[in-house]
Design a protein around this ligand. Structure first.
Ligand SMILES: Nc1ncnc2c1ncn2[C@@H]1O[C@H](COP(=O)(O)OP(=O)(O)OP(=O)(O)O)[C@@H](O)[C@H]1O
Ligand SMILES: [Mg+2]
Length: 450
């Protein structure tokens, strides 16, 4: 681990004290910043102290007030108060208010040294825990997925065993549980790994374009068809075609898809000859396809064909033991990405993450950590960093029926602002507007936003 010098802020109106404390703290491995008065918020922001030593009596303010300011800014900062013998009661009160400890004056340098050592050890331990978490996270990683829970370990096992043999698979699970990652893992772990992995989101495509998109078309097959063109099936030949949101596939297309899956043959739109393809079809859905079948919206024969291998993903709230490992990996990823010196989370922040319901599953957790990393000013993500972003976005919005249907067509502004509020998540924006994904994507297309 790289050498780490935590920053200690020392506030006292006596320059003599500042000099002594600075000497002891520097020898103890701290970067020291001294001040003779209270700090403005922006000053605290530039200092980014990991710990502070503050005199109780500061002209124009008080040590308690400074303590509160520091904690309002960064709850993880460890604050020690210094006080004359007479004001011992306020020191006890200060500890109750969240100070780590207090030192009485005149300063006992040995005790000062010991206290600073305790602070160092606390900071070190936090760093080590963090590093250990992300090291462990690597051990529990499989094809870009992190999971320590039995549910995830079983999933990794299942993929390892299935991947060499699958021809079709159905992946089910709530939004954000990692269905796309599983599809990619089936491809990477199987014999087709050297060939193409082609993905199509079935909700993102206009009904009239499906057939030529999937199967291609002959030259001049329809107005605007121009040259002959291969479809996604041909592109994926030898590899894998991932059909996301398979439940959105219109019934006539379901019949055609079944045919390719069963016979390995397709016909381009407007063509007369059949072409052979060898494609692994992996489908995903966050609805119950069983229900869709029962309601006559999804072909039973295609359903049975796909769910020969069904992989059902567990919601994050049912495998909470994965949360610390996912969190550690995401903090590391974003700290690196944003060039920040983030070392972990406060216990309060960890508790918040552990308790949230994560309706948007891993995607929501990941986005929460990303935003907290952007917002955070200190070295440790605090409860406040998390609380200000957690739960605000990425979760599936309430059922469409509950949302008043907007007037259609929506204008550009409405669509833009819905997208912005959903953090760019199109599915969530569609739900918030009370539109089906397909209708929303069509609207995006018309507005030139895709
Ligand atoms: N186990 C995991 N480890 C690490 N990252 C994960 C894991 N599961 C999901 N993610 C991340 O969460 C996000 C959502 O995953 P993915 O797109 O695979 O979900 P999904 O099930 O396809 O969701 P949707 O139904 O909304 O399309 C991605 O950024 C993905 O990298
Ligand atoms: Mg997906």
């Amino acid at each position: 681990m790289e050498p780490f010098r935590p920053v200690l802020l020392v506030v006292d109106d006596e320059p003599g004290i500042l000099a002594i404390v600075a000497r002891v703290a520097q020898a103890g491995g701290f970067e020291v910043v001294t001040r003779t008065r209270g700090q403005t918020v922006s000053e605290l922001e530039t200092i980014k102290a990991d710990a502070a030593l503050v005199d109780l009596r500061i002209p124009g303010t008080s040590g308690i007030e400074i303590l509160q300011q520091i904690h309002a800014h960064d709850p993880a900062c460890q604050v020690i108060l210094m006080t004359g013998f007479a004001s011992i009661d306020s020191a006890v009160e200060a500890v109750k208010l969240g100070a780590l400890d207090y030192l009485s004056k005149p300063l006992n340098l040995e005790r000062l040294g010991e206290l600073l050592k305790t602070v160092q050890q606390g900071l070190d331990r936090r760093r080590r825990l963090m590093a250990a978490d992300s090291a462990v996270a690597q051990r529990f990683e499989f094809c870009g997925m992190i999971g320590r829970s039995p549910a995830m370990q079983d999933l990794f096992d299942l993929i390892r065993r299935l991947a060499p043999h699958t021809r079709t698979a159905l992946i089910t699970g709530e939004t954000g549980t990692g269905k796309e990652l599983v599809a990619a893992a089936l491809h990477k772990m199987g014999p087709r790994r050297g060939r193409r992995f082609v993905a199509l989101n079935c909700s993102a495509i206009a009904e009239t374009l499906f057939e030529s998109e999937l199967f291609g078309h002959a030259r001049g097959a329809f107005t605007g068809a121009g040259e002959a063109k291969a479809g996604l099936f041909e592109l994926a030949d030898g590899g894998t075609l991932f059909l996301d949101e398979i439940g959105e596939l219109p019934p006539p297309m379901q019949a055609k898809l079944l045919r390719v899956v069963e016979m390995g043959e397709l016909r381009r739109v407007g063509a007369t000859d059949e072409r052979k393809v060898d494609v692994q079809v992996v489908a995903a859905t966050n609805r119950s396809l069983r229900d869709e079948v029962d309601h006559g919206r999804f072909r039973q024969d295609l359903y049975y064909r796909l769910n020969v291998v069904e992989i059902a993903l567990t919601p994050l709230r049912e495998r909470r033991e994965d949360i610390p490992y996912l969190t550690a990996a995401f903090v590391e990823e974003f700290a690196k990405g944003f060039g920040k010196r983030l070392q972990g989370l406060t216990p309060g922040a960890e508790r918040l993450l552990q308790q949230a319901d994560w309706a948007g599953n891993v995607r929501e957790l990941r986005n929460t950590i990303e935003r907290a990393c952007i917002l955070s000013e200190g070295h440790i993500l605090s409860e406040r960093d998390i609380a200000s972003v957690a739960g605000s976005q990425d979760r599936p919005a309430p059922q469409p029926q509950a949302v008043p249907r907007p007037q259609i067509p929506l204008d550009l502004e409405q669509v833009r602002s819905a997208l912005e509020q959903a953090g760019g998540n199109k599915a969530a924006a569609a739900r918030a507007l009370g539109l089906s994904r397909r209708a929303f994507y069509r609207r995006l297309e018309t507005l030139g936003l895709r």
